[in-house]
Design a protein around this ligand. Structure first.
Ligand code: HDE
Length: 697
């Protein structure tokens, strides 16, 4: 498919797209001349029942809401395509993975889990990463998360887990938060949650952007090749921009400043033509190696460390088109783990088995019956030909007398398929007693939680400790806090002591067992991609008298590298420059906040710097960005804005020549070197070594 060519899904949707450029009509196509006044008996009289237009209008409105998803209610989606790097026919018969010539249209929906549909984006939570591949052999859904493990091992516990994390049932508080008693009560009583809780308390749970987030299929799935040979497979999505996160304090402030932060970021990037991309990778395990690990491949609370089985990159996902209508597409898209194509099959992971039941079941309720696959966003590009008839909102007009298999009156159609493209379930021998037990091989709940902890960078560990303290510190019951601390003691003694000390409960006296000392560096965000500044937002603070040359010196190369640069002043409009010109202001800093930007530049110009330094709003902007470890650049007189209470190391640097101190670039003028250094810092995401505890922002 050429880059400018429209894919099969896009073309298919043309038949469903409707523009509002025609005269107003009723639902039955009758032109309407007045939609502001209902039909009355007398100008001041009662409304008449025969006003079919008013009744229809109000009735439709009354029925506009459908049940939101019971989990993952809050989300944002986009279309794009997937292209393999190479053919994978040695391991899978899946046609969409057969080679780089096969480009498959996709729809991806990202989501948070616990909050309701109108909740804020930047809450501490797992993110959903669900991909619908519209393949030529039918739809394949990879319904994953941004964390590679899960809370529980058996799907029968899913309602318990979700009930515990959702707002508490008596007062429906708190919304989209995990910092409350019922979740941690559940966690304390279910040690199998411990590995996932480590990830959830890490920075993974507050992604900077959906574009900077990994995705995982979580379960071990099975590839099956044309000869019927199976290979275990774990799926990984790796963002080309690297995996980067917010700071917790910042994430909380964004919830108020821009609750749509992640959704907007995705939408804006695609509108700007900066298409988000991920590489799909697979970890492959031969059937005969199923039992060679010290955990069970069927246990979704475990990763296969990348150091043991490397991730093989197999193709690239690009999102390049925003939906036309949120409800029609993003809300009505229906994912289902059992939507598989030939070459991809399940394993006996008890969590996956439950999901294969749950997703279809939930769509039947949410989308009002059995014909939801006919909704445009869900409709396959592969032809659909079957004997399913009737049901609510049947949109297809099936012709012919027969709707049963094994017919002569319909010429035997639709006939059974043959050859390639037919789905054959993998032949697996299963036998055993009918029992309600958990396999012994699922019993180790702590080793990989410890592995995760051991693998983190120092700053990641600090964030993790702070997160546990924040969350448990919101639990009213000390007993709940204490029980979680006791479980943490099995992960790492030092960790449990530090958490306990922050939340007023007894630290465990002795370690529950020695830390095994093993690590998997790949799980640290330190091992991600750094460098690209595409779509990163830079605020440039300006006032009358600003040094225009300094503004341009930063703006031009940053925009050239793909960053979004906005000029902020006390009010909208324009400011005078020291050179006698004017520059346009993009926004008033009173309407935004530093938390919505990745970095700040304060250009020189004595008058501009004086005005900004005298404005609490501007000073707070810089201080807060500093507090959140963001790169800051100050040029010439702009360094005045760095004056106390920023630490001495930074302010004293301002007096010298061009230099970088604690992630702050200060220079007498905006030379190429300082701009390049600032761009490097921007691409490095955050300057974690900067101590910020004493910064009052
Ligand atoms: Fe889901 N999950 N889930 N889940 N899940 C749903 O399906 C469920 C699990 C995930 O953007 C629901 O259509 C059970 C793991 C995503 O539309 C529901 C179990 C993973 C999405 C459901 C799990 C996920 C969902 C709610 C335990 C990561 C959003 C609405 C056995 C691998 C998809 C819906 C979208 C949504 C059930 C566990 C990811 C109720 C029973 C593990 C990304 O069917």
């Amino acid at each position: 498919m050429a880059a400018d060519e429209r894919d099969a899904k896009d073309r298919q949707l043309d038949g469903d797209r409707v523009d509002s450029d025609r005269p107003l009509t009723t639902d039955t196509g009758v032109k309407v001349g007045d939609t502001d006044n209902s039909l009355r008996a007398g100008a001041r009289g009662p409304t008449l029942l025969e006003d079919f237009h008013a009744r229809e209008k109000i009735t439709h409105f009354d029925h506009e809401r459908i049940p939101e998803r019971v989990v993952h209610a809050r989300g944002a989606g986009a279309y794009g395509h997937f292209r393999p790097y190479e053919g994978l026919s040695d391991v899978t018969a899946a046609h969409f993975l057969s080679g780089p010539d096969v480009v498959t249209p996709v729809f991806v929906r990202f989501s948070t889990v616990a909050g309701s549909r109108g909740s804020a984006d930047t809450v501490r939570d797992v993110r959903g990463f669900a991909t619908k591949f519209y393949t030529e052999e039918g739809n394949y859904d990879l319904v994953g998360n941004n964390i590679p493990v899960f809370f529980i091992q058996d799907g029968v516990k899913f309602p318990d887990f979700v009930h515990s994390v959702k707002p508490e049932p008596h007062n429906e508080i708190p919304q989209a938060q995990s910092a409350h008693d019922t979740l941690w009560d559940f966690v304390g009583l279910q040690p199998e949650t411990m590995h996932m809780m480590m990830w959830l308390m890490s920075d993974r749970a507050i992604p900077r952007s959906y574009r900077m987030m990994q995705g995982f299929g979580v379960h071990t799935f099975r590839f099956v090749n044309a000869e019927g040979r199976g290979t275990f497979v774990k799926f990984h999505w790796k963002p080309m921009l690297g995996t980067h996160s917010l700071v917790w304090d910042e994430a909380q402030r964004i919830q108020g400043n821009d609750p749509d932060y992640n959704r907007r970021d995705l939408w804006d990037s695609i509108e700007r033509g900066q298409f988000p991309e991920w590489e799909l990778g697979v970890q492959l395990v031969a059937e005969e190696d199923e039992h060679k690990f010290d955990f069970d491949l069927l246990d979704a609370t475990k990763i296969i460390p990348e150091e043991e089985v490397p991730v093989r990159p197999i193709g690239k996902l690009t999102l390049n088109r925003n939906p036309d209508n949120f409800f029609a597409e993003t809300e009505q898209v229906a994912f289902h783990t059992a939507n598989v194509v030939p070459g991809i099959d399940f394993t006996n992971d008890p969590l996956l088995q439950a999901r294969n039941f749950s997703y279809l079941d939930t769509q039947l309720l949410r989308l009002g019956g059995s014909n939801f696959q006919q909704i445009p966003v869900n409709r396959p590009v592969a032809p659909v030909s079957n004997n399913q008839r009737d049901g609510f909102a049947q949109h297809r007009v099936h012709r012919g007398r027969t709707s049963y298999f094994g017919n002569s009156l319909g010429g035997g159609c639709p006939a059974l398929g043959g050859g390639s493209g037919v789905y054959h379930h993998y032949t697996e021998k299963v036998e055993g007693d009918k029992v309600r037990v958990r396999s012994e091989s699922f019993a180790d709940h702590y080793s990989q939680a410890t592995l995760f902890y051991n693998s983190l960078a120092d700053w990641e560990r600090e964030h993790l400790v702070e997160a546990f303290r924040f969350e448990l510190g919101h639990c009213e019951e000390l007993e709940v806090r204490q029980r979680v601390v006791a479980n943490l003691n099995h992960v790492d003694h030092g960790l449990s002591v530090r958490v306990a000390e922050g939340i007023g409960v007894e630290p465990p006296e002795e370690e529950a067992g020695p830390n095994h000392g093993r690590s998997s560096p790949a799980v640290s965000q330190l091992s991600t991609t750094f460098g690209p500044v595409v779509g990163r937002k830079v605020a440039v603070l300006v006032a009358d008298g600003v040094d225009e040359a300094a503004v341009d010196a930063f703006r031009e190369p940053l925009v050239g590298a793909g960053a979004v640069v906005e000029l902020l002043a006390a009010t909208d409009g324009a400011v005078r420059t020291s050179e006698g010109g004017v520059v346009t202001v993009d926004r008033a800093y009173t309407t935004v906040s530093s938390v919505l930007y990745d970095a700040v530049v304060v250009p020189g110009g004595p008058e501009s710097a004086r005005t900004l330094a005298g404005d609490g709003g501007a000073r707070h902007f810089v201080l807060e960005a500093y507090k959140h470890h963001k790169p800051v650049a100050a040029v010439g007189a702009g360094t005045d804005l760095l004056a106390p209470p920023l630490p001495d190391e930074v302010t004293s640097a301002a007096a010298g020549t061009a230099r970088t101190e604690l992630g702050v670039v200060v220079s007498p003028e905006a030379g190429e070197e300082s701009v390049a250094e600032f761009t490097r810092l921007l691409g490095a995401h955050r300057y974690w070594d900067r101590p910020t505890a004493s910064v009052p922002a």
